[in-house]
Write a protein that binds this ligand. Structure first.
Ligand SMILES: *Cc1c(COP(=O)(O)O)cnc(C)c1O
Length: 373
């Protein structure tokens, strides 16, 4: 029987068979001709990595067990003990914890760069500085980095630019096309998009780095399982339509909330009053994504009240699913920061992060309206 499935089946196997020693030898002499062991490579994880590599316009990619594994792999691709990295001060909480608590023990040190100083790195750079890690659209205040300018500044100082493109997705911004050396994602978020997978990906602009990433993934055991890869591939197929809908709904909701007396501030790059609105419009193909943060009264009870009243925004500390949700940066993603760091970043008691889904926007508006009434 000639079985020809339209889509790639799940190769739920940890290992692959060989006919004899000759076939084993061809595995090594003809790379890409066969599979050996799923940690080293599997049709499903390769399909995911290849698909995202195409979207990001890279020369090669690896799928990882999480977004954290992707960040770890990216830093290891360029750094060893004694090296120094720059990191945007506005960054995912897990990234700063990785740098502060773990990579520091391996002899890799970090300096945080405030958003205002991104394009003037001179004072932060040391002879041992290898790279800068930054997000296209920052978490949780939605600040937008000018990646072309940042890449130029990094390269001027001999640094690589590693971009966490999770909030933007390649539909909105392709960092490699703007000069970044690596684009990475928490695939858990928009790329998979359905809140049912934990995964990551790292995409390299340079072939040698792509090969090094592959090696790091295999040796550190950071690679992704077949089932998770398959789910992520399935989600990825609708990325373009989802991001369009997320962006559309978010702009409608941000405009509504910006005019609501119960909301002190709305952080959304699609609003004209956002400080990087013009840049976001140019860099983002006219779309601004589905993430925003809002400032309620700086009072935990006001936040609790809002969380209990909204029906369509469950408090679930993640983001980017097709169904809306909300999160609380101070208590979750940015919990590990000192209170001074939190204050400096504007992560205060009243700050709530909304992940706008693709539900009918009138339903989301009605829900927010009753919750804020
Ligand atoms: C969630 C997230 C991560 C971490 O990804 P995991 O898949 O949870 O490991 C990294 N960066 C950003 C911007 C994120 O939102």
């Amino acid at each position: 029987m000639d079985i020809r499935p339209k889509i790639t089946p799940i190769y739920q196997t940890s290992v692959f068979k060989f006919e004899d020693l000759n076939e084993l030898e061809s595995y090594f002499s003809e790379p890409g001709s066969r599979y050996l062991y799923s940690r080293n490579g599997n049709p499903n994880s390769d399909e995911l990595a290849d698909a995202i590599n195409r979207l990001e316009g890279g020369t090669g990619a690896i799928a990882t067990g999480s977004g954290m594994a992707a960040i770890f792999a990216a830093i290891l691709a360029y750094c060893q003990a004694g090296d120094h990295v720059l990191c945007a001060a506005d960054i995912y909480g897990g990234s700063s914890t990785l740098l502060n608590a773990e990579l520091s023990r391996m002899g890799i040190t970090v300096t945080y760069v405030p958003f205002e100083q991104f394009y003037d790195l001179q004072q932060f750079v040391r002879p041992t500085t290898r790279l800068m890690l930054a997000e296209t659209i920052s978490n949780p205040l939605l600040r937008v980095a000018d990646l072309g300018r940042l890449a130029e500044e990094c390269h001027w100082h001999g640094l690589k630019l590693v971009v966490d493109n999770t909030f933007a997705t390649p539909v909105i911004t392709r960092p490699l096309a703007l000069g970044a050396d690596i684009a990475l994602h928490s695939v858990t978020k928009y790329l998979a998009g359905h809140s049912d997978v934990t995964a990551g990906v790292v995409v390299a602009a340079d072939e040698a780095i792509a090969a090094r990433l592959k090696q790091i993934g295999v040796i550190y055991g950071l690679t992704l399982s077949p089932m998770e890869s398959w789910l992520a591939v399935r989600g990825l197929k609708t990325l373009r339509v989802r991001v369009r809908e997320h962006s559309h709904n978010a702009l409608v909701i941000a405009s509504f909330l910006a005019n609501h007396t119960g909301v002190r501030e709305v952080y959304y790059p699609g609003l004209e009053q956002h400080p990087q609105h013009a840049l976001a419009a140019k860099q983002g193909a006219g779309m601004f994504g589905g993430m925003m943060s809002i400032l309620l009264a700086d009072d935990a009870e006001a936040v609790n009240d809002f969380m209990r009243r909204v029906k369509r925004f469950p408090f679930a500390p993640s983001l980017a699913g097709v169904d809306s949700s909300l999160s609380y940066p101070l208590g979750t993603s940015h919990r590990a920061l000192t209170s001074e760091q939190q204050q400096n970043l504007g992560i205060t008691t009243g700050l709530v992060r909304l992940s706008i889904g693709i539900e009918p926007v009138e339903e989301l508006l009605a829900d927010l309206e009753q919750a804020l009434a």
